[in-house]
Design a protein around this ligand. Sequence first.
Ligand SMILES: [Zn+2]
Length: 208
Amino acid sequence: MSLLDKIVANIAPHDCLGCGAEGALLCRPCLAALPPLPVPLQPHGLLYRVQARTVYRGVAKQLIWKLKSAGAQAAAEVMAAGMVALLPAGERPVIVSVPTATGRVRQRGYDQAQLLGRQLARQARLPWLACLARSGQLHQVGANRQQRRWQLHDSLRVTQRRFVRGAHIVLIDDVYTTGATLEAAAEVLIKAGAARVDGLTFAYTILE
Ligand SMILES: [Zn+2]
């Protein structure tokens, strides 16, 4: 898709993915109707709190697909609007996007978690900090769970350390699958001096 196509896709009026009404990519009633998780997520590793707005299926799945293709900006706006209420009330955390594997970013031309995190920070009027970098390709084939965990951990690097020290960070990603990436990111951030790290994603994959 050309850059022009991408721009047009973001300007052109959308049809609501839920009800078909013309206007937004997902209208307000349809956004509000996205089901919350059946049970709250449990914090794990060094994550203080973990949350997801909805389950990864139906409209939510379509939104995530959009975030990775044409209409990415519109999708990020809608998803962020659905996540704002899940930010810790009365606190001023720093928003940090979980970096997507570099190969996929190169292929797509942008990092979808970064797009989402920035949009959320803008809507919530919170600072967004690019303090995590991901290097190298993971060689997950044949690696067991523990090995994958270490590979993931090794590929994440903290930058901007002086802003990380003592900070309350909310890590943002589009989809929560195993939670391994969030957990590895929390670990390197706490090690770099962060005071508290939460995880917040738009969707949560219920493994069947
Ligand atoms: Zn609708």
